[in-house]
Write a protein that binds this ligand. Sequence first.
Ligand SMILES: NC(=O)c1ccc[n+]([C@@H]2O[C@H](COP(=O)([O-])OP(=O)(O)OC[C@H]3O[C@@H](n4cnc5c(N)ncnc54)[C@H](O)[C@@H]3O)[C@@H](O)[C@H]2O)c1
Ligand SMILES: O=C(O)C[C@H](O)C(=O)O
Ligand SMILES: [Mg+2]
Length: 439
Amino acid sequence: MIDRNIIRALVVETPSVPGNLGKVATAIGMAGADIGEIETVQVGTTSTLRNITVHCENEEQLKEVLKAIRGLKGGIRLHAVSDDVLRAHEGGKIQMKSRLDVRSLADLRRVYTPGVADVCRVIQKDPEKARLYTGIGNSVAIVTDGTAILGLGDIGPVAGMPVMEGKAVLFDRFAGISGIPILLSTRDPDEMVRTVKNIASGFGGILLEDIGSPHCFEVEERLKRELDIPVMHDDQHGTAVVTLAAVISACKSAGVNLKEAVVGQIGLGAAGMAICRMFMAYGVRQVLGADKSDVAKERLAEYGGEPVGTLQEITERSDILIATTGVPGLIKEEWIRKGQVILALSNPKPEIEPETALRAGAAYAADGRAVNNVLGFPGIFRGVLNARVPKITHEMLMAAAEAIAESTKEGELVPHPLNPRVHELVAQAVETVAQKKKS
Ligand SMILES: NC(=O)c1ccc[n+]([C@@H]2O[C@H](COP(=O)([O-])OP(=O)(O)OC[C@H]3O[C@@H](n4cnc5c(N)ncnc54)[C@H](O)[C@@H]3O)[C@@H](O)[C@H]2O)c1
Ligand SMILES: O=C(O)C[C@H](O)C(=O)O
Ligand SMILES: [Mg+2]
């Protein structure tokens, strides 16, 4: 089991005699931590230097690991401890790079002035040509106001930038799209809509990210109505697509008819409300919802869902329970019923650890690292950008969910996000629906 919260790279020297690396590994394991990659940096005649990545639950466990390694005798030495995650972020995760070389004056004239002026005139005469002669058609703005960064809450757009850069990395790696973070220093819906509209002509699409509820609903609705390029709030629809896909797979494996099952959703914010609406649109007859906000529960009732008073009650009544509250440990082990599907999707920490839910009798359990909107948004945007359609429709989102479910191996909930085929299949499914809509 890997994927713990604290990741550190340890530089460890051991005598070049078999068995010494084993002693280090045992010390790490005895402290309860996991080992990630091991890289041999230097093999000398007397000693060997390695970078060992460790994954720990918390700071205390890391301290135990370091103490255990420092306590090893016989020439084993811990030289340095570095924070791998922080190191990977140094200088930022993305950069704008030129696709062309500029080696000669002729290159300069072709890439820039005076050559570029002709291209400007071509686009001025026929604005559609911007798709051909600029990167606009392949760029998506990743827009946040920083009000609901993961489950960290309202930490502001600059502190949220690592998440936005991360989404840009995923766009690039999984769909070949240029994702460009846009940080909004306002949370006023009017100003947000005005700002995004004023920059939209430079993009082929808009991905709204980590914008809190309820203002995210208004901002997305207005932008979708007022812009002629695809707009999607990832935390709403990207999440709903992947959640539906995971539940379709779980029901298939368990031989359960999803439409007859009781689906309970804890947390009726951006992600939760969209998940409820997705399941209702799929045909699930009983969708229950709980939230600490009465306004959120009233909104659910308006859409046709059933508000429930307590978390214990909703957990007990649901065959499939989903949580997106941002509150770690909110679901108690003793509330879980045998055979339930539990998706505790809050990042960075779930409402209940999957192992705990499974131990308590759940048939399937997953957290937000596995059931994650990374399986949806890159392919969805690839599909609509390829088809050059102005909107992402409900049918496209359903097609994306079905493509993810179809790519899932028997007995698993979702496919592996590093499998490029998944993103291709999502893109193809979305593009097919989009092309039909056009014709
Ligand atoms: N796995 C994924 O792909 C994915 C995608 C989107 C969001 N998320 C996670 O979901 C969480 C919420 O994100 P969001 O964008 O919907 O945020 P949000 O702020 O829009 O919604 C959170 C909702 O939870 C409710 N809530 C908070 N504490 C509660 C409690 N103790 N009991 C009941 N309700 C409570 C709030 O009232 C709010 O309605 C975050 O942790 C985020 O990381 C995961
Ligand atoms: O960013 C993620 O990992 C998923 C999601 O968008 C979230 O806000 O948690
Ligand atoms: Mg998000």
